[in-house]
Design a protein around this ligand. Structure first.
Ligand code: GLA
Length: 375
């Protein structure tokens, strides 16, 4: 009898110990191929709830985010590829960190301290997301991060003076961490030895239906913004701020993306849908809940907290089914959307917009957090 009790006790202790180890946060590093002879690794971060995020040191790309739907099914909520090759060949910025200047700079030109600089033009006559070889197409150094409350990857890249036309050596660090609150945090830091524009963000395409089952038109989007920056036909801000009131740009209440996307509204024609910057309310440099995205079909809800003053919302208007992504799925028209917390497009040419110039001695530092729930 005593032996039986002891045995049961030992069994229970063993069971609990096993369970504890399986529900611990974890980080795993695996080889993912090579780019120009440089090894690329894929880091898998997992929290106690089973939420899993994969990140690679090519482009500092988020390759997948697995989160449960309301029935507990874990599925991928970002677009991308199963293999490295897909990312190397593609130019849609799936999951990548974009920079040195995320978004557009008109005609690739700006004047800083009296000197005119010319950047690579890779989007018609404009500069987009850092040029021909932006931060999405370079190999970063990576280091696993293990903290008491989070696991992550710290990525580092030195962007050389003159790269894609930008002045100054820019030393960049991007740290992704996942915690047990189902929060993926991105912390950006940079320093420079010459004044330069900097605007970093993540270019993940979300589809909360899971494994890209439907287009994103049913997703309900909330953006805490009373104004947006209208653009010209080349998607360059005119410099004005327009009220969202009474327009299809009003997401101050959660609204289905498809509800007004085809309205007869010139700004939507210029963007072929939504491809604009919203001016976030109540920006004071602290981390604020500014955006949420809900998919009624799956029950998945994502919240974005950011310190940034703007949000580029792009509704996947250039996806046309020609890209075959993860699991052999064709990424059709509006099957993914980007929500990019950032400074406003073309800020170096708009002195009234929040400043994007980093100077020697200063540190660029900004944080955005993506939090996942079910409802
Ligand atoms: C962005 C731009 C879009 C488009 C995508 C990539 O976020 O705003 O116009 O270029 O990147 O296809």
């Amino acid at each position: 009898m005593n032996r039986r009790v002891v045995f049961l006790f030992l069994f229970a202790a063993f069971f609990l110990a096993c369970n504890r180890t399986t529900t611990k946060m974890s980080i795993k590093k695996e080889p993912f191929g090579t780019v120009e002879g440089e090894p690329i690794d894929l880091y898998t971060l997992k929290n106690v709830n089973g939420m899993t995020v994969k990140i690679m040191n090519y482009g500092a790309i988020v390759q997948s985010i697995l989160v449960p739907d309301r029935k507990g099914n874990f599925e991928d909520v970002v677009l991308g590829f199963d293999y490295l090759e897909g990312y190397v060949k593609d130019h849609s910025y799936f999951g990548a960190i974009v920079g040195r200047y995320g978004n557009r700079i008109a005609k690739g030109k700006f004047t800083l301290d009296g000197v005119e600089y010319t950047l690579a033009t890779n989007n018609g006559e404009n500069h987009l997301h850092g040029g021909n070889k932006g931060f999405d197409k370079v190999v970063w150094d990576a280091k696993a991060v293990k903290r008491k409350d989070a696991v992550g990857v710290k990525l580092h890249y030195l962007s050389k003076d003159g790269e894609e036309g930008y002045p100054g050596n820019l030393d960049v660090t991007v740290t992704y961490t996942l915690n047990n609150e189902n929060e993926l945090k991105i912390e950006y830091r940079a320093t420079t030895d010459k004044p330069t524009p900097v605007n970093l963000t993540n270019h993940s395409y979300f589809n909360l239906s899971g494994n890209c089952k439907r287009d994103i038109l049913e997703h309900r989007l909330w953006i805490n913004a009373d104004y947006f920056t209208p653009v010209d036909a080349g998607l360059i801000p005119t410099g004005e701020l327009w009220s969202v009131k009474g327009t299809p740009m009003d997401f101050t209440k959660p609204t289905a993306i498809g509800k007004r996307i085809n309205d007869d509204y010139e700004q939507l024609k210029f963007g072929h849908g939504y491809d604009h910057n919203w001016v976030l309310n109540e920006v004071d440099g602290s981390l604020k809940l500014q955006v949420s995205l809900f998919d009624p079909g799956s029950g998945r809800l994502m919240e974005i907290y950011t310190e940034e003053p703007g949000l580029q919302f792009y509704s996947g208007n250039f996806l046309d089914g020609s890209i075959i992504g993860k699991g052999g799925v064709a990424y059709k028209y509006r099957y993914g959307l980007c929500l990019e917390p950032q400074h406003f497009p073309d800020s170096p040419n708009h002195p009234d917009f929040p400043n994007t110039i980093l100077r020697p001695g200063e540190t660029y530092h900004t944080v955005s957090v993506y939090r996942f729930f079910v409802k």
